[in-house]
Design a protein. Structure first.
Length: 313
């Protein structure tokens, strides 16, 4: 569940959302006084997260999120760019009659530095909406035929290293297309995420975070800090029986959302103030972003048969 950073050749804001077992165990050893939460009672069935196609009134909110809810747009944008890479690679492979390496389906990745507490409270720490399939790809040996599960987003396993030269060229072509789209906003987004890092040392934020261990203890979770909670949550979710995992995940999400609300009550207004200043300081780049990003996304959607969608409660 915990991802500290995602790298694809670009500097990315730290996010948490995928299991890194070794990091989790190290964090648990260093920062948690782990006490397993009491076994969660069977939770009422929660409807699956849905998808929304509603764009923000200002693309700034998609690229430079300041609230947890705004990161739903950021997640959708990230998935869309990766889908473009895969769709371009799949089209190239069809044209050349070659096969691409299989890839795991794409997922929406949470930005826990800007936690979407309403979403977490409803769906738990890990669950999100399912990413819809993109353009069908070529038939590949031992691989799914959907474009959502073929290579071409420029990272991780299935990078084409064991594929034919034609397949590798197609992967490169897909990566280049995604890079061109991502480059329209990535530098500005990176500077924005850098701007948020000092909030971790803000006295008001640190004071609010001091309430976290006591609140979590009230939910039967004894940890020293937020990192300890994520480490313990990782262990709980890795060891839970499959039929208990949804209830465990939602119980952890409910506790986290409840206890982080005082923290976000401090951080969210601070981030909004920082963004107002950031927009003024980068006015020319923001004007370009507002004028070009959405048309570029619509163009890519038409060309590659993609849908720009976002997770929604």
């Amino acid at each position: 569940m915990v991802r500290l950073a995602e790298t694809d050749g670009r500097r990315r804001f730290p996010v948490r959302g995928v299991v890194l077992a070794v990091a989790a165990l190290l964090t648990a050893a260093c920062s948690a006084d782990p006490a397993s939460p009491s076994a969660p009672a069977p939770a009422a069935r929660v409807a699956a997260a849905r998808l929304s196609a509603a764009l923000p009134d200002d693309p700034v909110r998609m690229v430079l999120p300041a609230t947890g809810a705004e990161t739903r747009w950021t997640q959708g944008l990230d998935v869309f760019v990766r889908q473009e890479a895969r769709a371009v690679a799949a089209s190239c492979a069809r044209d050349h009659g070659t096969a691409l390496p299989a890839r795991a389906p794409l997922t929406f990745i949470r930005y826990y530095e800007l936690p979407d507490l309403d979403f977490v409270a409803r769906h738990g720490m890990s669950e999100s909406a399912a990413v819809p399939a993109a353009v069908p790809g070529p038939v590949t040996t031992g691989a799914a035929t959907s474009g959502a599960s073929v290579s071409g987003d420029g990272g991780g396993s299935g990078d084409g290293s064991g594929a034919s030269a034609a397949a590798r060229r197609c992967v490169t072509e897909g990566t280049a297309a995604a890079t061109a789209l991502r480059d329209t906003y990535a530098a500005l987004q990176g500077r924005w995420f850098d701007t948020l890092v000092p909030l971790r040392r803000d006295p008001a934020v640190r004071e609010a975070l001091r309430t976290l261990p006591g609140c979590l203890a009230g939910h039967g979770i004894r940890v020293r800090d937020e990192n300890g909670f994520f480490a313990l949550a990782d262990i709980q979710e890795q060891t839970a029986a499959p039929d208990r995992l949804p209830a465990v995940d939602r119980a952890l999400g409910s506790a986290y959302a409840d206890c982080m609300r005082p923290v976000e009550a401090v951080r969210e207004p601070a981030r909004l103030r920082l963004r107002a200043r950031f927009l003024a300081d980068h006015a020319a780049e923001v004007r370009t972003l507002r004028a070009t990003l959405v048309p570029a996304l619509h163009r890519a959607a038409r060309e590659h048969g993609l849908r720009l969608v976002f997770p929604a409660p």
